[in-house]
Design a protein around this ligand. Structure first.
Ligand code: FAD
Length: 390
């Protein structure tokens, strides 16, 4: 049978555009479908990414970067500051993106490589068609269908592609961070650092962040676990903003969810691969998902090429995509899920003690791994049960 496309990618976030770009660069006939009328907007993200996360795949274009930061400051519930600053590789902070520009550019790169990109078009369903799939699309009220050998589901946290394909991507209520964020101006902070407030006092089951976008403007947001508080994320954020930035002006408001399930068993089914938030690839500790979405998109594109060459779109064949993401960032997702469970049980007093134990240290690398290793060294009794994770 002749298919309209080798690959249809559903969703033009970083995961989908990277998958489409990689497929097109590999010479595949690929369609990238985005339901919103503008790629990259509205932004539902604090836009922080490590330098490494970008540099691994791109020559960095300065217009993608709103602000470059040199470190992070973590505030414990009693206000103790832990300053982490370094220029070394491996840092989990580095750039605050302008995602409106970055996401659009990534889709443009996919298009330049040969992908067909359509916006304002929603995938509404799919079914099996011989060896491939028939995908239902809705464009400005009009229904139509296309066929493809492979579908890459990059449709974000509310993904339906996984469900259509029978992949278990269930997210329980206690496994989704409920997030609210304001873009604020007229506020004072150190613009060379990303700022994090931790503990039940600020954000039950999550944290408050401030990621600089300029000298006096920043993404100020919160993620909470709805199972740990009866109040909404907005209630907690408003309380924080009133206390810390009462004179700030809110110029944008976003809400969204981040899945923090940890790694799922498989992100593939016959003819289908899931990437990014659709595959629950966001980090359970940091909530960061851009870098893993980009990596997943790249791996899925490479495996799509192998599958098309081999004319084999079976789940068994596509499992090599599972192997790639599991070997790359799957272990970190697993470890950070266990760390998240441990840290969720700690009281604010214990968090204060932990932060105090290493405040004043100059850690050479800003990563969850480095930070927790240092905490274990200083607090062996308290954290003995997680030492095996490293
Ligand atoms: P998305 O970026 O969500 O893209 C999915 C795309 O699919 C969307 O454009 C959507 O419109 C489209 N789509 C959905 N369904 C369909 C359909 N049926 N048909 C067609 N198109 C469809 N991560 C970080 O790394 N750093 C951060 O600082 C950070 N901050 C965050 C702050 C907030 C408030 C939130 C909510 C998330 C944050 N994240 C952060 C997580 C990050 O935004 C996601 O992990 C990342 O965007 C995942 O990329 P993606 O390509 O998988 O999905």
């Amino acid at each position: 049978m002749d298919y309209d496309y080798d690959v249809v990618v559903i969703g033009a976030g970083p995961g989908g555009s990277m998958a489409a770009k990689t497929c097109a660069e590999e010479g595949l006939n690929v369609l990238l479908v985005e339901k919103r009328q503008e790629i990259g907007a509205p932004v539902r993200c604090a836009e922080g990414i490590s330098k490494e996360g970008l540099e691994r795949f791109f020559e960095i274009d300065r217009k993608w970067i709103a602000r470059e930061v040199s470190g992070a400051i973590i505030y414990s519930p009693d206000g103790t500051e832990l300053k982490l600053s370094s220029e070394m590789a491996g840092n989990e902070v580095g750039f605050v993106l302008e995602r409106k520009i970055f996401d659009r550019d990534l889709a443009r790169m996919a298009s330049k490589a040969g992908a067909e990109v359509i916006v304002k078009t929603t995938a509404t369903g799919m079914e099996r068609e011989k060896d491939g799939l028939r995908i239902r699309l809705k464009r400005m009220g009009e229904d139509y269908e296309v066929t493809a050998k492979i579908v890459v589901g990059a449709d974000g946290v509310e993904s339906r592609v996984g469900k259509w394909a029978g992949i278990d991507t269930t997210v329980k209520l206690g496994e989704i961070e409920s997030c609210v964020q304001y873009l604020m101006t007229n506020i004072e902070f150190d613009p060379d650092f990303c700022h994090f407030w931790i503990g039940q006092k600020y954000a039950p089951g999550g944290y408050v962040w401030l990621f600089p976008k300029g000298e006096s403007s920043a993404n100020v947001g919160i993620g909470i676990l709805p199972t740990m508080t009866k109040k909404t994320a907005k209630w907690w954020l408003d309380r924080f903003v009133q206390e810390y930035y009462p004179d700030g002006k809110i110029v944008e408001f976003v809400v969204g969810g981040v899945p923090v399930t940890g790694p799922i068993d498989t992100a593939v089914s016959d003819n289908v691969m899931l990437v990014g938030d659709a595959a629950r690839h966001a980090d359970p500790i940091t909530g960061g998902g851009i870098a893993n979405a980009i990596k997943g998109g790249y791996f899925a594109g490479k495996v799509a090429k192998e599958a098309v060459d081999a004319e084999n779109y079976s789940k068994e064949f596509l499992r090599r995509y599972d192997e790639m993401w599991k070997n790359d960032f799957g272990k970190t997702l697993h470890r950070n899920k266990l760390l998240q469970k441990k840290f969720l049980k700690l009281s604010d007093e214990t968090l204060d003690r932990l932060i105090r134990s290493i405040a004043g240290y100059n850690l050479e690398e800003i990563s969850v791994k480095r930070l927790v290793l240092e905490l274990i060294k200083k607090n062996p009794k308290l954290l003995w049960d997680i030492r095996h994770l490293f």
